[in-house]
Design a protein around this ligand. Structure first.
Ligand code: ASP
Length: 627
């Protein structure tokens, strides 16, 4: 990551404060915090005007300015909480649930997005990977010209994504007097810190869109992006309203990973009347491996052009994957017409309603999957991998939709009322099904339109409840249904925190296997472990250990769990701690070791155990010094 950080500068977010984020993911404030990493890659949003009035990116200027804008940085709070060189902090508004804390990583080569290449996409994906566990969400500041290509590519490269990634930019620089940049940036930060939408999104104007459904539609409007074939995931007006039912959730038990290679032998070929077969032939020549063919209307090409058909057939026979999408701004290809069928017969596959950006970047991704043979790659191009295409009929609301039925009987009808009802009903019913261990009910609730990750008023989801309840079958079922493992409730607890607090060891292992990571303020964790050690609760300490905690973590008095186990004379706990790397030499703020505490309170068993551990360590180190 340091490769990409801007040069160290007194007023910027540098390596040092990135380190402070890693060490202390959560501050000790009352309001829960949402941590966001901003990757600033370039584009108009951060540009400034030079002496000639021309827009140019200037290294470090963006971050320096951020600290001066009260809408973008609550200096008083930030300095009180993190010191002068800490991260940036958004001012709190009455409606926010979380304090937004953000760090900015400025790329060394700030670029106009017309200069972006696949190398930059890979670089962004790798940067997200490196800091994935330290942040709740990511905002990528990007030029608008190729923004949809980047968003689409990232949606494929970031596999089993469990956190939100928002790509945004602006038509005018953020620090111009009139600019769309400020709103786009602020809304993106707030959404990234507060909402669990595990997708690569684009935010622009007032809409949060699925990234791989977007195209740049206007060179000048503040609503520059459209999502022709899919509704917004959320709208940010006075209220931020999320359409939870349309969120794409990956339903596997895999950890988040980055597929960091792409096949560059891909291209976009747009048909036009009188296109020559020579042009088609040249276009399809080796080394090309994948082509997005933009045909007419619902996927048609001229049926009287055997010369073109011949070239297409020859290419698909050679193994080139040709994906048919429409030139129209909206709609889907199908083989409803003879002209479309002809393409299918000659090996061209349907790209359904994919945008050109999504189809091209998906090809680059699919073709770079060496573990897939050609037939699998062709199948994957026609499969909905990240919500980028609609196969068959778009899902419609069924008359038996549960919320609608209840709404009818309560005589509620507006969309807002329906949404509100759904947000109350579904979390309650999902929790009830979890408590009854009723997997069939969980599945049918999802069919009725419940978002499996929807939280109740306390921010708790069905997965939180299931981790407390402890039935691993229910937990596995929720994960397979797409439940998000990273959601923090109002008390900043994730499902993993609950599994630890209820000593659900098998569930802890499963959550970790699916990419959950241990988080929280180190001192608070230290305090909880010390409390467990005080009462000899070895099982709880095992839970912490399984989750990846450091058993030598201190509490505010500098005491470790070993100090407390010694003080309260719990030999079994002492043995467990020593076997698992607890440091018997650790001193508390009074300068005392665990053994000294045990001696002071005459805890005999503890004193004996700690004395022998000390002897063992002395013997070991003497042996080492002799070798
Ligand atoms: N040319 C700029 C870019 O794409 C336009 C913008 O940022 O809006 O980087």
């Amino acid at each position: 990551m340091s490769r990409l950080l801007c040069e160290s500068h007194a007023d910027i977010n540098n390596d040092e404060n990135m380190e402070s984020v890693k060490k202390s993911p959560t501050g000790l404030t009352n309001k829960p915090e949402g941590r966001v990493l901003v990757l600033y890659t370039g584009g108009t949003i951060g540009m400034v005007r030079n002496e000639e009035g021309v827009l140019v990116p200037i290294a470090n200027a963006f971050i320096k300015n951020l600290r001066r804008y009260p809408q973008l940085h609550d200096r008083e709070y930030a300095e009180k909480t993190f010191g002068a060189m800490g991260p940036l902090v958004l001012p709190m508004t009455a409606t926010d649930n979380r304090r937004v804390i953000y760090n900015v990583l400025e790329y060394s080569n700030l670029c106009d997005s017309s200069n972006m290449t696949m190398d930059e996409w890979i670089r962004i994906a790798n940067d997200i990977k490196e800091s994935y566990e330290y942040f709740d969400g990511f905002v990528i500041l990007h030029g608008t010209d190729t923004l949809s290509y980047t968003a689409s590519a990232l949606s494929f490269m970031l596999e089993s994504l469990g956190k939100i990634v928002i790509v945004t930019g602006s038509q005018m620089p953020i620090f111009d007097t009139r600019s769309d940049g400020l709103d786009n940036f602020l809304a993106s930060l707030v959404i990234a810190a507060n909402y669990s939408i595990p997708e690569v999104c684009v935010f622009f104007g007032t809409n949060l869109l699925r990234g791989n459904r977007t195209s740049k539609a206007s060179a000048s409007s503040f609503e520059a992006f459209h999502s022709p074939n899919f509704p917004p995931l959320a709208t940010a007006n006075i209220k931020i309203e999320v359409n939870y039912r349309s969120i794409f959730r990956s339903c596997n038990l895999e950890k988040f990973s980055v597929h960091a290679s792409l096949n560059r032998n891909v291209g976009l070929l747009r048909l036009f009347p009188s296109i020559t077969s020579d042009l088609v032939k040249v276009f399809l020549q080796s080394p090309i491996e994948g082509v997005v063919l933009q045909s007419y209307g619902m996927g048609n090409l001229p049926t009287n052009r055997d010369d073109i058909i011949k070239e297409l057939r020859a290419a698909t026979k050679r193994g080139v994957i040709i994906v048919n999408i429409t030139q129209c701004a909206t709609g889907c290809v199908s083989d409803a017409y003879e002209a479309g069928k002809l393409l299918r017969k000659n090996g061209v596959i349907l790209g359904f309603d994919m945008t050109p950006e999504a189809a091209l970047t998906k090809l680059a991704y699919v073709l770079s999957k060496h573990e897939w043979d050609t037939e699998t790659k062709r199948q994957m191009m026609q499969t909905n991998l990240r919500g980028e295409l609609t196969v068959g009929q778009p899902p419609t609301l069924q008359d038996w939709d549960l919320v609608e039925a209840v709404a009818k009987s309560l005589r509620l009808s507006s969309t807002a009322e329906l949404q509100e009802l759904g947000s109350i009903l579904f979390p309650a019913m999902l929790s009830a099904a979890v408590i009854r261990r009723d997997i069939i009910k969980l599945e049918s609730l999802q069919r009725y339109g419940a978002d499996i990750s929807q939280a109740n008023a306390d921010g708790r989801t069905a997965l939180h409840i299931a981790c407390c309840e402890g039935d691993i079958k229910v937990v596995r079922c929720l994960l397979k249904m797409g439940a998000n493992i990273h959601i923090k409730d109002r008390f900043d607890r994730t499902p993993l925190t609950d599994a630890i607090e209820y000593d659900r060891h098998e569930i802890i292992k499963l959550l970790l296997q699916c990419g959950a990571h241990f988080h929280g303020n180190a001192l608070l964790i230290g305090e909880r472990m010390c409390a467990a050690a005080s009462v000899g609760n070895t099982k709880r300490l095992q839970s912490y250990l399984l989750a990846g905690a450091d058993l030598s973590q201190k509490d505010v008095s500098g005491r470790t769990p070993l100090h407390f186990a010694a003080l309260h004379n719990h030999p079994e706990t002492i043995e467990f701690l020593l076997e698992n790397g607890a440091d018997p030499h650790c001193l508390d703020i009074l300068g005392q070791t665990a053994a000294e505490l045990a001696e002071t309170v005459r805890a005999e068993n503890a004193t004996r155990l700690l004395a022998s551990s000390r002897r063992n360590i002395v013997v070991e180190s003497t042996a080492k010094s002799h070798t």
